[in-house]
Design a protein around this ligand. Structure first.
Ligand SMILES: O=c1[nH]cnc2c1ncn2[C@@H]1O[C@H](CO)[C@@H](O)[C@H]1O
Length: 413
């Protein structure tokens, strides 16, 4: 199914582009080294002439990948091993990931593993362009990216700061838009991990305010990411998250909240704090139906839930999509947007697969073209686009929807 999904509002920086590209393109570039950690996972670095010595006990000596491949009998098998290290895909998911701890552990390891590849400046730029291409081919017209903005490095080890990364995201998006006038760019939701100390999160909130002030059209706001069940609650960070308001600085929040199967824990209570902290949208909001009062209040304020069906299945929040809480939300008319979270890590791509799942599994037997249309319109309506940008996006989307319908009518003749 290649519909007109509109905007992708819930995506994470380096989980969006097919991991095959990292294996086949990036690891074949010159000066790519790898080492192996005591747990058997890979680390990568691009460096010339020599990479810095790894911290003893943390990783083996660096090995130049080109040399390593030259010495191998079966390069395809090695590349397959790399690909397996970059995704959650396995032939035996139930056996491989016995519980949520197992799947989340590998999930976080993947982001660490690919970090040395994607944070190398030339790769970083190409990643953005390639990812936009993949999403654009899937007819996504605009995206909002949760990005951690870790330092990006050059071959000589010099580092770029967050501002450089935001500027580069912006430049790459502009470059892409010049070649694809039917694409409307991206915005960044700067994100920190919910495992960090309160003082570090306070620093990140301040950094978010500075970034938002410097790039008001590119930086949409701030979020806290990472596994909620084992991470810290929004309440835990209340002082840090109160900093913008205490300065009279309107920093929009886009919180992950209630991405849990539990009820009555600080984790599902994140929904309450997301409401109190005026979150613009809620990521996942899986626990929402267990909190009718919060549900009603969020609804009154028009706060949409970002639903990521494949992510919820892979990370084991839902066994049967037909019982996804979003089915209840959709049946009641609660505003939803569908997104794909980290499609590359899940072995999917773009946004279509999640639209398909939402349509087939969550929408029920009466889901039809109107469902798809509403979801796409929601993705533009609830985006962080400015009013003028939103109007343009809606106009562009309507044109592509009309073409899509005409094509559909044509094929059924
Ligand atoms: O579905 C999700 N829920 C919570 N955190 C996530 C999800 N997907 C990705 N990340 C977080 O984003 C970081 C990479 O930018 C990952 O390290 C992971 O913690």
């Amino acid at each position: 199914m290649c519909t007109q999904p509109g905007a992708a509002l819930h995506l994470h920086d380096f989980g969006i582009l097919n991991m095959d590209w990292l294996v086949k393109n990036v690891t074949y570039r010159p000066h790519c080294h790898f080492c192996v950690t005591p747990n058997g996972t890979f680390n990568f670095i691009f460096a010339h002439p020599d990479p810095p010595t790894p911290v003893p006990g943390k990783c083996s000596q660096w090995i130049l990948l080109a040399d390593h491949r030259r010495g191998l009998q079966n390069v395809t098998e090695f590349d397959h091993r790399l690909l397996q290290a970059f995704t959650l895909v396995t032939e035996d998911p139930e056996g491989t990931y016995k519980d949520q701890d197992a799947v989340w552990s590998k999930f976080e390891t993947i982001f660490l593993t690919i970090s040395g590849l994607v944070h190398y400046a030339p790769v970083f730029k190409d990643y953005v362009l390639q990812a936009l291409l993949e999403l654009h081919q899937d007819r996504v017209l605009y995206l909002e990216l949760r990005a951690m903005l870790f330092p990006v490095y050059e071959l000589d080890g010099s580092l770029h700061d967050r501002k450089w990364s935001v500027r580069t995201y912006k430049e790459m998006a502009c470059q892409f838009m010049e070649q694809h006038p039917d694409f409307l760019g991206l915005k960044i939701i700067y994100s920190d991990h919910r495992f960090r100390s309160t003082s570090l999160v306070a620093q990140s909130v301040q950094a978010a305010m500075e970034l938002r002030a410097s790039f008001p059209r590119t930086v949409a706001g701030f979020d806290l990411v990472g596994r909620e069940d084992t991470g810290r609650s929004l309440y835990y960070y209340r002082e840090a998250l109160g900093i913008p308001a205490s300065h009279g600085f309107p920093l929009p929040y886009f919180f992950h909240a209630g991405e849990t199967n539990w009820q009555g824990s600080p984790v599902d209570r994140n929904l309450l704090d997301a409401l109190i902290l005026n979150s613009t949208r809620i990521g996942h909001g899986f626990a929402l139906t267990k909190h009718p009062a919060v549900w009603a209040d969020l609804w009154k304020k028009g706060i949409p839930i970002e639903v990521c069906p494949i992510s919820n299945q892979v990370l084991k929040l839902v066994a049967d999509l037909r019982n996804h809480p979003a089915a209840v939300l959709m049946a009641t008319g609660y505003p939803l947007v569908v997104s794909s979270d980290d499609p590359a890590v899940f072995g999917a791509s773009g946004l279509s697969y999640d639209f398909y799942e939402a349509f087939m599994g969550i929408g029920g037997l009466e889901a039809d073209l109107r469902t798809l249309k509403q979801l796409a319109i929601n993705s533009i309506k609830y985006s962080a686009l400015l009013p003028g940008e939103r109007k343009a996006a809606l106009h562009l989307w309507e044109q592509s929807w009309d073409t899509f319908i005409a094509e559909l009518a044509g094929t059924s003749d």
